[in-house]
Design a protein around this ligand. Structure first.
Ligand code: ZN
Length: 266
């Protein structure tokens, strides 16, 4: 039973104890109101983690190939993602990192929503992923991916939303906060993992701005993607296949989100 400052609860605690000794009762009574612990840093904040693709997409090609609204055009509902040369899939990587990051963010007090948690056979579509974050009014959304490029390239990069005003898309209000979120995630991910900025794009800045991703175009809340490494590169593939490295990756993502949210008043 937890001690309480409430007189009613106090009596409930004290009376039975009094039967075995007034000293014990006096100690309880002298404890007074229990001081509340410091509020967790992300208490009251909602984070959406969007694990890219779905391990089941491979066997639901018709469903994921159908076109959906991406704001400035129509795009496939979802794709299968990539894999390492040894067959470790991006979908498995993304979901594992998201689950690990969820543990860390919950410990910070955040409410964490995953767009898929291995609890559906395929998808969701990119449009649904954005809708989930919009519906819960997420304070921050991070989509987690692994990239596929020429094997010689390595490193990670963060993708920021472009200004897109088309159809259901209007990113004007989220571009600024998403940029800040992306910078925080880039810094924290690099520090946590030691991973370099991608060598094969964006001039080594680790930052890209894209207007072709429905998940960003349709977002009404701060949103970025992270491509955690190049799964076609042997060194990155070895890291991404390691559970210990995925924990570092999750720590980087979570720390970046926490850093961003602590700089933004709830
Ligand atoms: Zn992907």
């Amino acid at each position: 039973m937890r001690p309480s400052a409430s007189p009613t609860a106090f009596a409930a605690v004290c009376l039975p104890v009094a039967m075995i000794g007034a000293i014990t009762c006096g100690l309880l009574g002298g404890a007074g109101p229990v001081a509340a612990g410091p509020a967790l840093p992300l208490a009251g904040r909602t984070v959406v983690l969007d694990p890219g693709h779905n391990p089941g997409n491979f066997s639901h090609r018709a469903e994921i190939d159908r076109l959906v609204d991406a704001g400035n055009g129509r795009k496939p509902c979802n794709t299968i993602g990539t894999a390492t040369a040894t067959g470790y899939t991006e979908a498995a990587f993304n979901l594992d990192v998201a689950r690990r990051a969820r543990v860390i963010l919950r410990a910070e007090g955040a409410t964490v929503v995953l767009t898929q948690d291995g609890d559906r056979s395929w998808g969701p579509c990119v449009s649904e992923r954005a809708a989930i974050a919009n519906r819960v009014h997420a304070d921050a959304t991070v989509a987690i991916h692994g990239d596929s490029s020429a094997a010689v390239g390595y490193g990670f990069h963060v993708i920021l939303p472009a200004v897109v005003v088309a159809g259901a898309a209007d990113t004007r209000a989220i571009v600024g906060p998403s940029d800040r979120l992306g910078l925080a995630v880039r810094a924290a991910f690099g520090a946590a993992t030691g991973e370099a900025h991608a060598t094969y794009l964006a001039h080594g800045t680790g930052l890209m701005v894209r207007s072709d991703l429905g998940g960003l175009n349709l977002s009404r809340v701060p949103a970025v993607f992270i491509e955690c490494g190049n799964m076609a590169n042997p060194t990155d593939a070895r890291r991404m296949t390691s559970p210990a490295w995925r924990e570092l990756a999750a720590d980087g993502v979570a720390t970046g989100i926490t850093s961003y949210l602590r700089g933004v008043r709830g």
